[in-house]
Design a protein around this ligand. Structure first.
Ligand code: TRP
Length: 468
């Protein structure tokens, strides 16, 4: 390749973009409800263990693979061995599929910014019905989804520095400010102490094998791992950046936002006597009920909260789109704008199907589930964990140890004292833990035909890997 590859403009810009990718719906929408359903502090402890032991190793590995090759998902694997292209292709496909439902939820968050001011909070008892009615409507959520996707197209078509990095530098600091404002309000509510106790005092009676599975899956999803996203972002890094330090910073930022989101939400739930086990509806149904009880400032806090959710989602979906776009640019020499338009058009079709599967098309099932769940289960429960496991095996057994050391120490110019620890964990411990948890988890998926379909896709990719 002769043309110069795009690069991040500054370290801060890269960190904001990478943390922007990691911090998303996973942190603010999913982490709090998983915590609520899995025993509060106990789940948090297990989650932190998964992040520290597995997440940090894989994040470091993805950065190293990306920068070493200077290529996005497929190209990075291919540069070592043609046979491994399929692992990258699996990542690209995961990116595609996650973008088959993520923008739908992104659109909901935008809609709820507006709805905060237009009567959503007026009748607290009706908030649940309003949500159900909204997401199952045939047109309104589609309009919001298209607007949401269009913003993604705008940012990614402007490129790595001018689009993704510029957006991250503005939005991530804003996200922290919004989060601080909301915490400040909720933590000063009378009765908030109970919520903090729920988070800090672990209740191990709720912990089962499924809790570990949920925690591991959540760690991958939240840190944007297992599909070449951080490989792609790492490929735009210059050779002076210290990879292990950056991996630690991004991991810490992501984890802190998840914990802060929990701190923002649980005290409010307990203050208003609402059960923490509400599940996925937590932020769209339960939180507005809390805001509705806050009086005249309720709509303002509600709008700020959904703005926070929107910003978090946006910097994440941009990274998912970029994984597919970067693959087309690297492997098929496609022009960026063209790649963005083609990719997002297909994503829009998938999102229309996902959104309609909540209402008009709720009777239509593929492999026993609607489109929304199809894309969600396939990626979250099957592809990401397998993708992460494959990466660990690839790094541990197919890359040269000296090359990895060279990459992680910038050619020996900076020290990485934990190199041996990282290497052995990634090579021997991480794949085994992932295998145990993923295999038992995948086998436990209720929709057997979907599970077989997912595994079949991986097999087909492996067979045709050389063509990718
Ligand atoms: N991490 C994001 C979140 O928490 C979602 C996301 C973005 C993602 N890029 C990813 C998940 C890559 C898995 C892989 O919402």
């Amino acid at each position: 390749m002769t043309e110069k590859r795009e690069n991040w403009g500054s370290r801060f810009g890269f960190l904001m973009a990478a943390a922007g990718s990691a911090v998303g719906l996973g942190n603010i929408w999913r982490f709090p409800y998983l915590t609520g359903m899995n025993g509060g502090g106990a789940f948090i402890l297990i989650y932190l263990g998964c992040v520290a032991l597995i997440g940090l190793c894989i994040m470091t590995a993805e950065f190293a693979v990306g920068r070493r090759s200077g290529l996005a998902a497929v190209g990075a694997y291919k540069s070592v061995s043609d046979k491994w292209s399929f692992a990258g292709a699996l990542g690209v496909l995961s990116g595609f599929f996650i973008m088959g439902f993520y923008p739908v939820v992104g659109g909901w968050s935008m809609a709820y910014i507006a709805k905060s001011f237009t009567g959503l909070l007026a009748v607290p008892e009706a908030i649940g019905d309003v949500f159900g009615g909204f997401i199952s409507a045939p047109v309104e959520p589609l309009v919001w989804m298209v607007i949401y996707l269009a913003i993604n197209v705008f940012i990614v078509s402007k490129g790595v520095q001018g689009g993704i990095e510029a957006a991250g530098k503005v939005m991530m600091p804003l996200l922290y400010v919004l989060l601080a404002a909301i915490i400040f309000r909720t933590i000063s509510l009378p009765g908030a102490g109970e919520g903090l106790k729920f988070l800090l005092a672990p209740d191990f009676s709720k912990v089962t094998g499924q809790t570990f599975l949920a925690a591991l899956g959540q760690a991958f999803f939240s840190l944007s791992l297992g599909m070449g996203c951080m490989i792609t972002y790492g490929s735009y890094l210059n050779k002076e950046e210290k990879l292990p330090a950056n991996a630690l910073i991004v991991t810490t930022m992501d984890t802190s936002v998840a914990l802060l989101a929990a701190v923002a939400i649980f005290p409010a739930l307990f203050a208003f006597g609402i059960e923490p086990t509400a599940g996925p509806g937590l932020v769209f149904i339960v939180l507005p009920q809390v805001f509705a009880q806050m009086g005249s400032l309720g709509p303002v806090f509600s709008a700020l909260f959904f703005l926070l959710l929107f910003i978090a989602a946006l910097t994440s979906s941009v990274s998912l789109l970029e994984v597919v776009v970067a693959y087309l640019i690297d492997q098929h020499r496609m022009e960026r704008k063209k790649a963005v338009y083609i990719t997002s058009a297909i994503m829009a079709v998938m999102c229309i199907l996902s959104s309609l599967s909540m209402g008009a098309m709720s009777g239509f099932k593929i492999f026993g589930v609607g489109f929304f769940d199809f894309f969600d289960i396939l990626t979250d429960k099957i592809f990401l964990a397998i993708g992460g496991g494959l990466l660990a095996i690839f790094v541990g057994f197919f890359m040269k140890k000296e090359d990895l050391k060279d990459e992680l120490t910038n050619g020996g110019t900076v020290s990485f004292p934990a190199f041996e620890l990282w290497y052995n964990l990634t090579k021997y411990v991480v794949p085994v833990i992932i295998a145990v948890i993923a295999i038992s988890g995948i086998l436990a998926i209720e929709q057997k035909s979907l599970m077989i379909f997912g595994l079949l896709i991986i097999a087909v990719l492996a067979v045709f890997s050389k063509k990718l």
